[in-house]
Each structure stands twice: as C-alpha cells, then as structure tokens.
Ligand binder design. Structure first.
Ligand SMILES: *Cc1c(COP(=O)(O)O)cnc(C)c1O
Ligand SMILES: [Zn+2]
Length: 419
C-alpha cells in the first residue's frame, strides 16, 4: 500500500514538474501538478497526494516559519503573512495533573489569523496563482474561511465562503467579513456546505481550498517539522506521541505525510515516529468509530453536534489518508464529551494558553487515554491546540468568570472585592 510508513521513496514519473507530481492514493495514477485543476483522481476519484523526487532532510531547512521548510514544499515561497513558527509551550502544572513525563502544547492559535489553516493557505493560494484561477472558495466551520479570506486578500484574489448557518463562532465570521470574503450562510451543516462547494468547483466556478486540496496539506506538514525540530533541540529526543483534534482529518494526514517523507529521506528512524492520536467530540466522532471498529472506511454521521464547532464534522474527507497514519504509527483515536472539552479549555487557560473549544479536545482526549492506561505515565507528549481563544468569544464567556457590576466609587469597589 502506498501509504505505508516504510514504503520505498517514489521515483518521478514523466508527468513530474521539477520533481513534483500528484499521485492518487487509491490507484497510483500520477498527474502533472500545475497543468490542470484537479482535486481527486480522474480515474477512480481517489484522494490525491503531492509527491517529491527528493524528500527532505533536516539539513535542508533554513529561515523561520512555514517557508523555512521550502525543501519539503512545491515552491520556494508563497503568499505569506507570515505564518508558522508557533510556540511550543511548557505547561508544568497541567503536565503534573495529566500525569505524563513531559507535556508540551503546540499552540497553532498563534498563527496570523489565529489557526493552523494559515499554513495550508500560504501554499494553497500560491498554487492558485500558479494555476491562474480567479475566485477562491471553501466550505468552512469558520477558521478555513478566515484564513482563506485573509490570504486571498493578500494575494489580491476574490473569495467565497460557505458556512453552516448559526454554527460558526463569531470571531471567525468577523474575520471573513472584514477581509472581504463573500459569505454564504447555508441552511445545512458543514458536510452539506462542502458538497455544494465541490459542485461549484467541478463546474469550474471556483478554485477549492478545503483540505481535499492536496496542496493545503503540504503547508500543514510544517507543524510536524516544527514540533520534531524544537522538541529534539529542547529535549534531545522526539515526542512519543502527538495528540490532535480531528475534523476533516487534514492535519492528521499532513503530520503522517511529514513523517513518511522524513523516513523516506533517511532523516527519521521509523522507530522514532510519534504515535498519531486523534480526538473528536462525542457528538461528531466518525473517525473514532472507524478506529474502534477496525473499519477501513468512515460511516458518514448525518447529524453532528458539539460545542467544538470547528470539528463539528460528520464526514471527514481525508479519512483514507488519516486512518493509515493513526494505525501505522501505533496511535489511536478517542472521543470526549463537551463538558470535558470545556474543563480542558479552562485548564489550558489556567496556564496562560487561550484556545477555542475544538483545540482543547487534545488535552481532554489525553486525559481520557491516561485514565484508561492507553497512555503511559512515562510518555513524552505534544498536544496540538489548533485555534485561538478569541475565535469563539461566546464559548470563552460561557466557560469563564462573569463580569461583576460595581458602583463608580473606590470604597464600594473595596467593599465588593472583600466579599
Ligand atoms: C480546522 C480545524 C480543526 C480540524 O482540523 P482537520 O485538519 O480538519 O482535522 C480543528 N481545530 C480547529 C480550531 C480548526 O480550525
Ligand atoms: Zn485513482
């Protein structure tokens, strides 16, 4: 199977352009990367993956941020704000409380628009320019639309975003609005929005920048590269496990691809590959179901609900790339209830790390796996927090303290705080 961790490095087909090509993960067919617009395989409709004749080693990287990793990407530079180079926080109290040997938080909320989606967009919008397309579009639970709007604006291109009406956090819509996206609120859920935008893309109306677009995942690979480099620099080793929220499973797929390419180049020993561990909300957990039942395919959940709106997704499009990643790395997947997500959001906030609900699922999932003994107390773990606290102010208000009205008078304020 082409997605094995230890598959031999691919050799470039005649369709390759400068050592880069697209390959179908199902039937193996290859395509030239930039001569035509395609999102899936012409023959079998399978997912496509970007392949390189020359997979990168750590020595190939220089500079900072996503474009430090140009040797692992299809271009030398992109439409940049700039993105990446996010903090890997120490959280000593939370580490002791969860009960692992080491816990660090990779806070992707510190990207320019406040989520990791920026890493995908800097590459995706660059590819859109290469292809010469006019209008960019996505379906979104919010953060993809914020990133697309900002990077589209930066690149001087028009953007169209389809959102599930009433189910997108306020901060995210505000971003899309101000960065001048046309915002279409669909009377349906995220999966319905994605169906429609795929139809629009198939009719040539828009260039699709959801994570079905294989170039988005190239940019998101750099999360893995940053984690590996920084963790090794700080601790002399790689993390045993990376725990992350799962929506469309783009990041899970991207991290796995990052590891596979490093193994192919000889830069990473297969034994050192971190266990990819996905977390979903109980109300939207089709990936967890597939892992628990040992299925190769996802059953689409028609009705999904969770406070973690960024991962309120019932049909993770990248599952065929992500399931092998979880299995081949020895990882797992776990579902968490909304109350535990909010508790984890507060626990991160108590360490000064402000995240939106979906991001806190990584900590909530790690806690569950510790309680079940799936994660050992001697493990070194990185949890990914995918989006910033300010993305979802309503959730933050609901989880946090209430403001207390006081009179306009010092004595009265003193009396009030003494209560
Ligand atoms: C997009 C998003 C996710 C889901 O990521 P996938 O790559 O689709 O699994 C999780 N958290 C936040 C905050 C997001 O914006
Ligand atoms: Zn195919």
């Amino acid at each position: 199977m082409s997605l094995d961790l230890t598959a031999a490095p691919p050799s470039a087909p005649a369709t390759a352009d400068d050592g880069v090509w697209l390959a179908c993960i199902e039937c193996g067919e290859t395509f030239a990367p930039f001569s035509a617009i395609r999102y899936t395989c012409d023959h079998c409709d399978g997912l496509l993956e970007v392949r390189y004749a020359d997979p990168p080693t750590f020595e190939d990287f220089e500079g900072r941020g996503v474009w430090r990793y140009a040797a692992a990407l299809p271009f030398e530079e992109g439409v940049s704000l700039p993105e990446g180079d996010t903090p890997l926080h120490h959280v000593p109290r939370l580490e002791a409380d969860v009960g692992v040997d080491r816990l660090r938080i990779k806070h992707e909320g510190m990207n320019p628009t406040g989520s990791f989606k920026d890493r995908g967009m800097t590459v995706g919008v660059r590819v859109a320019k290469e292809l010469g397309v006019g209008r960019l579009a996505c379906a979104s639970t919010g953060n993809t639309s914020a990133a697309l709007a900002a990077y589209g604006a930066r690149g001087g291109m028009g953007t169209l975003v389809l959102l599930p009406a009433g189910k997108v956090a306020a901060g995210k819509i505000a971003q899309a609005a101000l960065h001048d996206a046309r915002i279409l609120e669909v009377d349906g859920n995220f999966d319905d929005c994605l169906d429609i935008v795929q139809d629009l893309a198939a009719r040539g109306e828009v260039y699709l920048l959801n994570s079905l677009n294989p170039f988005r995942l190239e940019g998101q690979k750099t999360i893995g590269l940053e984690i590996l480099e920084e963790f090794r620099q700080d601790h002399g080793t790689y993390p045993d496990r990376i725990v992350l929220p799962v929506g469309n499973a783009g990041n899970t797929s991207a991290l796995y691809k990052c590891f596979r390419e490093l193994v192919q180049s000889g830069a990473l020993d297969p034994e050192d590959v971190p266990k990819l561990t996905g977390v979903q909300a109980e109300g939207a957990a089709p990936m967890v179901e597939a892992i628990e039942e040992g299925n190769d395919e996802i059953r689409r959940w028609p009705d999904v609900e969770t406070i973690a709106t960024a991962i309120r997704i019932g049909n993770p499009v990248n599952a065929p790339k992500a399931l092998p990643g979880i299995r081949e790395t020895g990882g797992t997947a776990v579902a968490v209830p909304d109350e535990e997500i909010t508790d984890a959001q507060r626990a991160l906030a108590a360490e000064g790390v402000g995240v939106e609900p979906a991001s806190a699922t990584s900590i909530a999932g790690l806690r569950r796996l510790r309680d079940r003994g799936v994660v050992d107390d001697d493990e070194q773990v990185v949890c990914l927090t995918t989006g910033h606290l300010l993305k979802d102010p309503d959730a933050a208000f609901a989880a946090g303290n209430d403001p207390e009205p006081v009179p306009n008078d010092t004595e009265a304020v003193l009396a009030h705080i003494a209560e």
